[in-house]
Design a protein around this ligand. Structure first.
Ligand code: DAT
Ligand code: MG
Length: 138
């Protein structure tokens, strides 16, 4: 069944100038890019987006990083989009991600890991709503 997921190219990958390579991979994997926007989150916006991690030791550092530069936010659509995008991204820690995944290829560390993807249908709905309603991803 076709479904939507939220993808982000994070500040480390934008600074490395690999937006184009990542978008090419997204298209090669059969995703349709439904919406796309270049944004620079404030720290408060990054904290709101990652509120699910508010009690984690890495919350402050993660939200500082995510608000440190431009990001590319996309809504992607495909058959089985949520699980497939997680597969193409690879494991959270680039060092543990499988060869051929985006995080293995472009990630630098567990925090600076190049891309984000929703992890479930409920998360995808919430994350798409966050960027659509609060960030003008229309
Ligand atoms: P994912 O992005 O694979 O869904 P997550 O939801 O567990 O991973 O964490 C969200 C982000 O937080 C992750 O992309 C990078 C950062 N992060 C996760 N675990 C971390 C850790 N142990 N140290 C530093 N940053 C971490
Ligand atoms: Mg996650």
């Amino acid at each position: 069944m076709r479904e939507k997921t939220l993808a982000i190219i994070k500040p480390d990958a934008v600074k490395k100038r690999v937006i184009g390579k990542i978008i090419q991979r997204i298209e090669d994997e059969g995703f349709e890019i439904i919406k796309m926007k270049l944004l620079h989150l404030t720290k408060e916006e990054a904290k709101a987006f990652y509120v699910v991690h508010k009690d984690k030791h890495f919350y402050d550092s993660l939200t500082e990083f995510m608000s440190s530069g431009e990001i590319v936010v996309m809504i992607l659509e495909r058959e089985n989009a949520i699980a497939h995008w997680r597969e193409v991204m690879g494991a959270t820690d680039p060092a543990l991600a499988k060869p051929g995944t985006i995080r293995r290829e472009f990630g630098f560390s567990v925090e600076r890991n190049a891309v984000h993807g929703s992890d479930s249908r409920a998360t995808a709905d919430w994350e798409i709503g966050f960027f659509t309603e609060k960030m003008g991803l229309d």
